[in-house]
Each structure stands twice: as C-alpha cells, then as structure tokens.
Write a protein that binds this ligand. Sequence first.
Ligand SMILES: C[S@@+](CC[C@H](N)C(=O)[O-])C[C@H]1O[C@@H](n2cnc3c(N)ncnc32)[C@H](O)[C@@H]1O
Length: 278
Amino acid sequence: MTISDQEIKCFISAIKKSSPYDLSDYSYKSLKRRVTKILNDNKLDFSSLIRKISENNDFLESTVREITVNTTELFRDPPVWQTIKYEILPKFKNHESIRIWHAGCSTGQEVYSLLILLYELNMFEKTIIYGTDLNATVIEEAKKGIYKYRFNLVYLDNFDKVMKQNPNNNEVYDVPYSKYLEIDKIRDIMKIKSFLLKKPIFLTHDLVTVSDLGTESFHIILCRNVIIYFNFNLQNRVFNLFHKNLLDNGYLILGAHETILGPLSEKFQKSNHVNIKK
Ligand SMILES: C[S@@+](CC[C@H](N)C(=O)[O-])C[C@H]1O[C@@H](n2cnc3c(N)ncnc32)[C@H](O)[C@@H]1O
C-alpha cells in the first residue's frame, strides 16, 4: 500500500483537529511508514482510519503513540554511556549541583541508566533530573519504573558492558543488578529500586511547541532517538531550544545516528557522540 503526501496531510490535519498534537513537521518518510503499519495492523482503509481518529479518542491516542515510537532500553548504545560515565559526568564532579534534562525519555529506562551512573560516581544526591515526553502514558510508566523482565533481558547485557567493564584500562567491576533493580523472573518483572524512582521529575512536554520547561538552564540535555522523526525545520527549532536551555560548555547528547545539521551546528562543538555548547 502506498500512502501519498496528500493523504499524510489529511492524516496530520485529522489528528490536529481532534487533539493538541501537531505532526506537521514530522518526517513524511517516517509518517508514511508508520501510517501504513497502522492501516495493516488494524485492517483499515485510509478513509476509515481518518473517521476512527475523529470519533474515538483512545484510538487517536494509541495512533499517536504508534507514530511517535516509544522504543527504549537500559543503557541503549553502551559506547555512548561509557563516554557519559568516563568523560562527561566526571567534568561535573566538583560542581555543587548538576542539572539534567532528558527530552523524549519515553518509559524512562535511559533516565534510570543515567541515575545509576550518577550513583556509582557519588554524584546522585546533587543531581536534579527532568524526564519529559509528549506522551502522558509513557510518562506514567516511567514514574512506576516497572518493566517486563524477559523483554529487557537482552538489555542487561548493556548494563554489564557499561557497569562492569572499563574500556580505558580493561578493569572489570562487580556491580550486581540487585543494587539497582528488583528482578522477579517468575512474574516477569524488572523493577527499578525505589531510591532511584524517587529522584526524577517526570513531566509531559511537547517539543513541537518549543517552549522551555520554566526551569533554570541545564548542564546536560539528552534527546536521543527523537529528532530522527522530525523534519529539518523542526530539528532546527528544537536544537535552538536546547541551545537556549544549556549552560555554556553544556552537553547535548543525541542518538547514535543523529547529528546537528544546519545553522545551529556552528553553535556546538562536536566531540565523540556529544555536542558541547560553544
Ligand atoms: C524512540 S523513543 C526514544 C526514547 C529514549 N530517548 C531512547 O533513546 O531510548 C522517542 C520518544 O520521543 C517522544 N516524542 C516524539 N515526539 C515528541 C515531541 N514532539 N515532544 C516530546 N517527545 C516526543 C515519543 O513519545 C517517544 O517516547
């Protein structure tokens, strides 16, 4: 099934008419792929999809969730987390406090990954960390920090790579999962320990509106695997927002396949997976 640009425009305006979501500046390529999947999964033709979006709010919400892709994992892309652990966080070791914003955090696994590193480095207490996402359902899941054990099992391998190995000197550390995670194999549950759960401030926030959180500026902003779904125009607006909300020499950490192109690229220095505000 091929979806035309005209149909995508019609889809975007149906969503906009019945909700606060504005997908106008999402990448058409990715929208076409996701809308095709929604049509196939729900065995709908295009006009029934548009009708269902306007008539059924739960369907609209689940459609937006499908479109905005909530996939995430603990320590996604271990080399990035090793850079964060061994190169970035130590720079803030002597700061009185450290402020972090994780934009587009989905169900929160990456927020907890960061908190685990901060705890290991004795920097947990002085950290203020925000996790935000467009989607209220994933934010509620992030607050609970309860995940499927079997689904996350493969990602414990990421934990081992980041927590137990030091790529700089081949030292090996013994950090048991039980320090941070409660694992119940029989009930298929992996739960983040409560001292970690209490730390982040999770909020719904839409990057399309490009508004501040109304907070002080940040030392580190992570926005990983989010802008990949935006067009060039929206990417630039969002980079501008992040630039404005970062302290000088603050770090913007994007996904492994994301990079700053366009006018904002001159305002950051790129170094090893990360962008430093000039
Ligand atoms: C693929 S997940 C990335 C999660 C995590 N950052 C990671 O890399 O594992 C993309 C997240 O971006 C969120 N998102 C999409 N559009 C957004 C927007 N306009 N504002 C805020 N979050 C958005 C989605 O709801 C989704 O949870």
